[in-house]
Design a protein around this ligand. Structure first.
Ligand code: NG1
Ligand code: ZN
Length: 529
């Protein structure tokens, strides 16, 4: 194939002079007005990746929890996973190529990856509700069309919905139907079945307030709501009709500031949750009678789900190995609770969903969550088959019924990536089944007080880390300084790492009291300069 059409069209999507971007942990992210060329080129790259894998590839236009003026793009691999690391490099290379080099870079990728240009290409596209997203996704389409790829534009989707569509398409429907209706039906059917017992026991309505960050989550939750049992009464706030996306609301705001979002009024002990801007993260929270705010983050979500799955395993009498995967940001007390009380193996990996996902694949049941609320559960093929077989053919009635519940849990979980809607339904089902209030869930263990800070430095790449980002190996002397500061406090821990999505260094500290965690974070941030 000649790349002439690519060249012509490329001129319509010019790269701003001198601009260099990197495909980071969440794809490309920056100010929306700088992304036209990146979108076009990711359209091109998705066609090559599709030809090479002989599968449908996804392209999602979103900047998740970042400000409304930003945007971003990431590619989704055939089974709904994040893009393969060597292709991340091609993405960076292609995005930064000067106009006249684009065709050559494409040819190089084709040669290196033995891409057969005669192969058909198919790409699925989704986008969030940012004002810039529609135009930018049109640039993706221009790229796909320039290489004569086929595409399906789903328009507005949550990020995890696009991952789901791609996975369904490439597994010939075994994972579900690659339509929004298919997604809603799969999840709501599993939820209805799973909660039948709890909801039919005559208990009143269960209310949940949901802050949708003024983003796509509101639209999609509204589309799904009527499929859910009326015993779960969902109240949507920050639906985007009044305020700006992610502004003083959403999962990231609530987690980082440890306070409620704007636009959602909380009465004492009401169960509330927040999605982020593309609905792949979720955190829960409530205020107690004294007006104190309590955050229930990804670590506590992972713990609740792990407890439920462990109990389910006992009921079906299956010896499947379960593991939990966390990052350095996991609260120290969550790790202790999982390891010491629950006796579940816990692994710490580098920040970024792809690292967690990869590690979780090593278990029969791999639960992974970032503290910020991004996470899901993976079931090995063998584990899933065992449970489904038992649910269908099990001789023992009790065990068969337990296996059916387990099967519904599996179907309710979006295994391709963290999914706020799916995670919310899993949590609501578990709380209803176990008859737990939000306070009881919160009380499973007590979080160590902690603080996260951002530090602007001249070049964040001078910081290099090891041991799943828990230690700084450069610049020399920094780790020693951090060690000395940590020694000053009780139950303390601190680390620094360069962000993969923002031009900042992140500082994390925990200690016995909030004052001490704040002081330690502050002192460590001074050591970073
Ligand atoms: P960076 O900017 O690399 O810290 C943030 C989150 C990650 C992950 C990515 C992608 C924290 C501390 N970091 O990465 O966990 O979610 O964004 O969105 O929350
Ligand atoms: Zn997100």
């Amino acid at each position: 194939m000649d790349f002439e059409a690519v060249g012509k069209c490329s001129a319509l999507h010019p790269k701003p002079a001198g601009l260099s971007l990197q495909y980071g942990t969440a794809g490309f992210r920056t100010k929306a007005e700088q992304l036209n060329h990146v979108m076009y080129r990711m359209g091109l790259l998705s066609v090559l990746r599709s030809k090479q894998t002989k599968s449908t590839i996804g392209v999602m236009v979103t900047a998740s929890h970042n400000p409304e003026e930003d945007n971003g793009v990431k590619l989704v691999d055939p089974l709904g996973e994040m893009l393969n690391p060597s292709w991340e490099e091609y993405a960076t290379h292609l995005a930064n190529a000067e106009e006249q080099e684009v065709q050559r870079v494409l040819a190089e990728i084709c040669q290196k990856e033995a891409v057969s240009l005669h192969q058909q290409a198919s790409v699925f596209i989704g986008r969030d509700t940012r004002p810039s997203s529609e135009k930018l996704s049109q640039s993706v389409i221009d790229g796909i069309s320039a290489l004569r790829g086929q595409y399906h534009d789903y328009g507005l989707l949550t990020t995890p919905q696009l991952h789901y569509m791609v996975c369904c398409q490439n597994t010939q429907g075994r994972y579900g139907k690659a339509t929004l209706e298919g997604y809603y039906n799969k999840l709501s059917k599993a939820f209805v079945e799973l909660t039948k017992q709890a909801f039919n026991s005559g208990e009143g309505q269960r209310c949940l307030k949901v802050d949708c960050a003024n983003g796509i989550g509101a639209l999609k939750l509204k589309e799904m709501e009527h499929n859910l049992p009326r015993q779960l009464s969902i109240h949507i706030y920050n639906d985007g009709s009044k305020e700006k996306l992610n502004h003083m609301c959403g999962a990231d705001f609530v987690k980082v500031h440890q306070k409620p979002p704007l636009g959602l009024e909380m009465k004492p002990n009401e169960r509330c949750c927040s999605f982020d801007g593309d609905a792949d993260r979720i955190v829960y929270y409530y205020t107690d009678a004294a007006g104190h705010f309590h955050l229930i983050d990804g670590d506590k979500i992972a713990t609740l789900i792990s407890i439920f799955l462990k109990e389910s395993l006992v009921k079906v009498e299956q010896k499947l190995v379960m593991g939990v995967v966390q990052t350095a940001y996991a609260n120290g007390n969550s790790t202790r609770y999982l390891e010491e009380t629950m006796k579940v193996p816990v692994h710490c990996v580098k920040t970024g969903v792809k690292h967690l996902h990869h590690k979780a694949q090593e278990f029969d049941i791999g639960v992974y969550f970032e503290a910020n609320g991004h996470g899901t559960v993976l079931f090995s093929k063998a584990a899933e088959e065992k449970i489904r077989h038992l649910a269908k053919e099990g001789k023992d009635n009790k065990k068969r019924e337990a296996a059916k519940m387990f099967e519904n849990t599996i179907d309710l979980i979006n295994q391709t990536v963290g999914d706020a809607i799916s995670d919310m339904l899993v949590i609501e089902a578990i709380l209803a089944l176990k008859g737990l209030t939000v306070q009881e869930w919160d009380a499973i263990y007590t979080d160590l007080p902690n603080r996260q800070l951002k530090v602007k430095v001249a070049d964040r790449r001078v910081i290099d880390t090891a041991d799943a980002e828990r230690r700084a190996v450069s610049p020399p002397g920094l780790q020693e300084k951090i060690d000395d500061l940590v020694k000053k406090y009780r139950l303390s821990r601190a680390f620094v790492r360069p962000s993969g999505t923002e031009d900042v260094v992140r500082v994390y500290a925990e200690a016995d009291t909030q004052e001490n965690a704040d002081a330690l974070a502050h002192e460590v941030s001074l050591a970073v300069y």
